[in-house]
Ligand binder design. Structure first.
Ligand SMILES: Cc1cc2nc3c(=O)[nH]c(=O)nc-3n(C[C@H](O)[C@H](O)[C@H](O)COP(=O)(O)O)c2cc1C
Length: 337
């Protein structure tokens, strides 16, 4: 049953180390400016994304919904995001599309005045038959401003019950992107350049890169008992590499996959992301209380401000043009393109 699987994912992500073995964010160093240009307090984080105004360029990315514990987790995240004026995505809404009784575990976020609410549906479900009707239900369930379509074929291929049919998917997505505000999203293996070009052409509104550096769903499946997950633990494109390879497409980017703190967030934006998406790093707090989520996000926001200040920028837009160096493994990746 989906609800058991989703609960198991949460448990594994809390109890085991499911991160990729390498964080490519450590291969980026922002250049220091010894005389900052404005007071730290004057650094502005306000950002417009998909026509919505955020108080900071941050989205708590898709994690949950569809089982009892999920309602409280989504409520804690939503309350914190409301008070900080940042965006939020719910986890895959498939559970509620298939069983209406789970709807409130997602729709609970409608009780909060969030500047950006993102729904979430899997591309594998679209390949297998979801269409306009299901997407409309998902959007309405949370009054979504846009809908993330997640591409998790790494996870699907290493789990025994995985959905790996893709024939006809592109054609279906092209039709759906004309009718719904869609965001293409990976879940930890990174959106490829080829796919990025397709999404741009099809009229997707943004791309959530979710590359290698953080949560590995191959690792999650390994801990669920799928041996194949171990082999493919680190498979995928590094998050910062994906941002750099998609930047010139001029489609809004959510920089995500392994963002641990505000400095990683600053690096993602300096490379070309418009906002960042954070998932696993918020989970332990989200399981405790909204105040814990808020405290954690406040720290990330403070770190992001400091990074902007010390880079000699004054706001998020200027951060996108600061100088940085790239070293290590990430540098080898850049030789590819
Ligand atoms: C517990 C958990 C559940 C997740 N569930 C979903 C999901 O339902 N849909 C989705 O698109 N991504 C899901 N993700 C992936 C995240 O949204 C994100 O893309 C990925 O974890 C990389 O970010 P991170 O390294 O900050 O965790 C989940 C992640 C975690 C940790």
């Amino acid at each position: 049953m989906i609800e058991n699987r989703k609960l198991e994912h949460l448990k594994i992500c809390m109890e085991k180390n499911v991160a990729s073995h390498y964080s490519y964010w450590d291969d980026i160093i922002l250049k220091h400016e010894s005389i900052p240009r404005v007071d730290l307090d004057e650094i502005s984080l306000t950002t417009e994304f998909l026509g919505r105004k955020l108080e900071a360029p941050i989205i708590v990315d898709a994690m949950t919904g569809g089982h009892k514990v999920a309602k409280k987790i989504n409520e804690n995240i939503a309350r914190a995001c409301e008070s900080l004026g940042i965006g939020m995505a719910v986890g895959s809404q498939r559970a509620a599309i298939e069983k209406k009784e789970f709807e409130t575990t997602y729709s609970v976020i409608k009780n909060f005045d969030l500047p950006l609410r993102l729904g979430n549906i899997g591309a594998p479900q679209i390949a297998l038959g979801y269409g306009e009707e299901e997407l409309k239900i998902a959007m309405e369930m949370i009054d979504a401003h846009a809908l993330e379509i997640h591409f998790n074929y790494l996870q699907e291929s290493v789990q025994p019950e995985g959905d790996t049919k893709v024939r006809g998917l592109k054609e279906k997505l092209t039709l759906l992107a004309r009718k719904f505000p869609l965001i293409a999203k990976e879940t930890g293996a990174g959106i490829s350049r080829n796919a990025g070009e397709f999404f741009k052409e099809a009229g997707f509104k943004a791309i959530d890169v979710s590359g290698v550096s953080g949560t590995s769903f191959a690792a999650v499946e390994y801990f669920r008992g799928g041996e194949l997950g171990k082999t493919f633990w680190d498979w995928g494109l590094p998050s910062p590499y994906v941002i750099l390879s998609l930047r010139d497409l001029e489609i809004p980017l959510i920089g995500s996959g392994g963002i641990r703190n505000g400095l990683d967030a600053a690096k993602a934006i300096a490379l070309g992301a418009n906002v960042v998406g954070i998932a696993r790093e918020i989970l332990p707090q989200a399981m405790k209380s909204h105040r814990d989520v808020e405290k954690k996000l406040e720290k990330i926001i403070k770190e992001l401000k400091i990074a902007i200040f010390l880079s000699g920028a004054t706001n998020v837009e200027e951060l996108r043009n600061v100088e940085y160096i790239i070293r290590g493994e990430l540098r080898s990746w850049l030789k590819l393109s």
